[in-house]
Design a protein around this ligand. Structure first.
Ligand code: 5GP
Length: 145
């Protein structure tokens, strides 16, 4: 079903990539864009998406592009650690609506975890204050290698 539907060029992340929708960016190059999740599950919840590819999910991603993309995911995760000093980091990635995917352009979630902190539900947290997101993004941005 949704696992192999055609790519929708008007999905939210495609709009963000085109600059048609705003986002609080932490990293961008020719391979990937990383930006703050506007409904964060924890403070520092960051998304990394590939550029120049119509991949709805991990299964659609051209194999040759996976290595460079995962390099960016790791670098942004390392920057999140350096910037926010969490006790742990969860990486998640959902494929298809039944698996929990809600935006159909491949993305990895980088979710910092702290001892004793409750994780908000996936895509269920309230919308973050944009000034606060920008403050967090600034710290992460400064740490991306
Ligand atoms: P998925 O459910 O597809 O794995 O993840 C989609 C993520 O995108 C969710 O965590 C959700 O909070 C986030 N999201 C949805 N709409 C927007 C948006 O307009 N801007 C940003 N920055 N994140 C969004």
């Amino acid at each position: 079903m949704t696992l192999h539907a055609p790519y929708d060029p008007d999905n939210i992340f495609a709009k963000i990539l085109r600059g048609d929708m705003p986002s609080v960016k932490v990293y961008e190059d020719d391979v990937a864009l990383a930006f703050m999740d506007v409904f964060p599950q924890t403070e520092g919840h960051t998304l990394v998406i590939p550029k120049d590819v119509e991949a709805r999910n991990f299964l659609d991603m051209p194999t040759a592009k996976l290595g460079p993309f995962m390099d960016r995911v790791q670098r942004v995760a390392q920057a999140v650690e350096a910037a926010l000093s969490p006790d742990g980091i969860v990486l998640t990635q959902f494929n298809g609506a039944p698996a929990g995917q809600t935006v159909f352009h491949l993305h990895f979630h980088i979710i910092p975890r702290r001892e004793g902190e409750i994780l908000k539900g996936h895509a269920q947290g309230g919308m973050a204050d944009l000034d606060k997101l920008e403050q967090i993004a600034k710290k992460i941005r400064a740490q991306v290698s």
